[in-house]
Design a protein around this ligand. Structure first.
Ligand code: ZN
Length: 131
């Protein structure tokens, strides 16, 4: 598995887009709203990996709750996989717990699934597969 992207929770995508464009020396290649997840995202290419900025698009969004509890910062680490269904089975047999075992449509044209942080040292882990 390679690190496909790091997800960073931000309060204001507008402010953070300015900051990350300055930091990385180039603008986001994509901005996308994922209505079902209550997030708006910006993506930056950084070598073979990406940075995903996440802003809550409504007050009930998991990102709004994360910001309330922990403030801005790293929200999840995403590993790119070839066969998400096989990886779910492999990790389930190894004792990992998933937030939901059914992959869903995520941002950036991916199928995504999340492991529960309580089974991964407090880190929210996303598996993603190119659609
Ligand atoms: Zn992600």
């Amino acid at each position: 598995m390679k690190i496909e992207h790091l997800g960073i929770a931000v309060k204001s995508l507008k402010d953070s887009d300015d900051l990350f464009a300055k930091l990385l020396g180039k603008p986001a290649y994509k901005r996308e709203k994922v209505e079902r997840e209550g997030v708006t995202t910006s993506f930056y290419q950084t070598g073979d990996s990406k940075i995903e900025l996440l802003e809550a698009s409504n007050p009930d969004s998991p990102i709004a709750k994360f910001l309330e509890k922990k403030g801005e910062g790293i929200h999840h680490i995403a590993f790119g996989v070839e066969d998400i269904y096989a990886e779910i089975e492999r990790l389930k047999s190894a004792g990992f717990i998933f937030i939901s075992e059914e992959p869903k449509d995520g941002a950036d044209n991916k199928l995504v699934v999340f492991l529960h942080p309580k089974s991964t040292n407090g880190v929210l882990v996303e598996l993603c597969q190119e659609k």
